[in-house]
Design a protein around this ligand. Structure first.
Ligand SMILES: CC(C)(COP(=O)(O)OP(=O)(O)OC[C@H]1O[C@@H](n2cnc3c(N)ncnc32)[C@H](O)[C@@H]1OP(=O)(O)O)[C@@H](O)C(=O)NCCC(=O)NCCS
Length: 327
């Protein structure tokens, strides 16, 4: 590491649609209740995009807010990565829309697809560009609008998701104590069908149009996978921090289900008062979930300069990952 830079989180931003959808709304479509959704997931409401909004428009707003909160100008950005499984278009990529909206000079700008772990995949790539000196400032965005893929006749899935975008600017820094200490990302394509979001380009015309159009998931199996991975990632990070003489001040997990978080906390013994949870307001916003919670933690003072954060995510692919970062 001697001679290499460290990458620090310089600023963050987030954007959610203005339309609030409370749990009660779903009783118009499926046999469910506010009580069931709150007690089984912790979610009270979520945001859904309206006409003219997309993962690209939400991503642009989140990116602009992150840029405004930094002391940088658009021409300072060296790389843009947008994590999304619901891009506005397959081409041009969301990152190109964000690039144009910010008015950056010609730089690399691309999307990546790693579902709910996408923001940590983007952070891993940004970290490597920054540590090797290939970039000085990287804008990473997680943005998804899974409401556009929901089947409002499937009560197992339609109540879980919301729309949003979160962004962060990471900068190279000579400081060794601050910044990204480690980012770990994983995938296992074996059980990939546990979470399926259909694409626009398929190998053959779908036999069942309905199956083709909507997100499908095996909630019970994903629940078990999520608890297992969150326990592994948290245990691993606690050990890594202990060896480095650090302690974790705040855990920011993927915001999917309060019961998943509680089960992992119980198993690892990590204190619940050091966990950032806002899923009651937004549901599962996929790649936006961790950066929205990160932005809220910073804006509300839950996370302060000098704090060490553990970010943990898991989701479709299947993918999972974690990052240990000192602010
Ligand atoms: C989906 C999830 C909330 C279901 O909770 P659960 O406790 O596992 O519930 P189960 O799947 O065991 O279902 C229990 C019962 O509730 C029913 N149920 C499911 N959704 C319901 C709803 N919205 N309202 C009322 N009842 C519902 C089921 O049909 C089932 O009924 P049955 O016993 O008569 O078959 C939970 O498994 C979960 O959060 N999974 C992960 C979500 C996910 O995949 N996220 C995306 C990737 S990170």
């Amino acid at each position: 590491m001697i001679g290499l830079h460290n990458s620090v989180i310089r600023s963050t931003g987030c954007s959610v649609p203005s339309r609030v959808v409370p749990n009660e709304w779903f009783t118009n479509y499926v046999d469910t209740s506010d009580e069931w959704i709150r007690s089984r997931t912790g979610i009270r409401e979520r945001r859904f995009v309206g006409p003219g909004e997309s993962s690209a428009t939400l991503g642009v707003t989140a990116a602009k807010l992150a840029l405004e909160s930094s002391d940088l100008h658009p021409e300072d950005i060296d790389l843009i990565i947008c994590a999304t499984v619901t891009p506005e278009n397959m081409c041009p990529q969301n990152a190109a829309v964000i690039h144009a909206a910010l008015g950056c000079r010609p730089i690399p700008a691309f999307d990546l697809s790693a579902a709910c772990t996408g923001f940590l995949y983007a952070m891993s790539i940004a970290d490597q560009f920054l540590k090797t000196g290939a970039a000085r400032h990287v804008l990473i965005v997680g943005s998804d609008v899974l409401s556009r893929t929901l089947d409002f006749t499937d009560r197992n899935s339609c109540i879980l998701f919301g729309d949003g975008a979160g962004a962060a600017i990471l900068s190279a820094s000579p400081q060794r104590e601050r910044g990204v200490h480690s980012v770990k990302i994983y995938a296992d394509g074996g059980p990939r069908e546990l979470i399926h979001v259909p694409g626009l380009v398929t190998p053959q015309p779908p036999a069942d149009q309905k199956q083709h159009e909507h997100i499908r998931l095996n909630g019970r199996e994903v629940f078990k996978f999520a608890v297992r991975r969150m326990i592994e990632l948290t245990t691993d990070a606690i050990l890594e921090c202990r060896l480095a003489g650090r302690s974790i001040d705040l855990l920011i997990p993927h915001q999917v289900n309060q019961r998943i978080i509680d089960a992992a906390l119980e198993s690892t013994g990590f204190p619940s008062d050091r966990v950032m949870v806002n899923l009651e307001k937004y549901g599962n916003t996929s790649a936006a979930s961790v950066p929205i919670a990160l932005d809220e933690a910073l804006k509300t003072g839950r996370a302060k300069p000098g704090d060490t954060l553990l970010l943990v995510a898991f989701g479709g692919g299947l993918t999972w990952g974690s990052a240990i970062v000192t602010l």
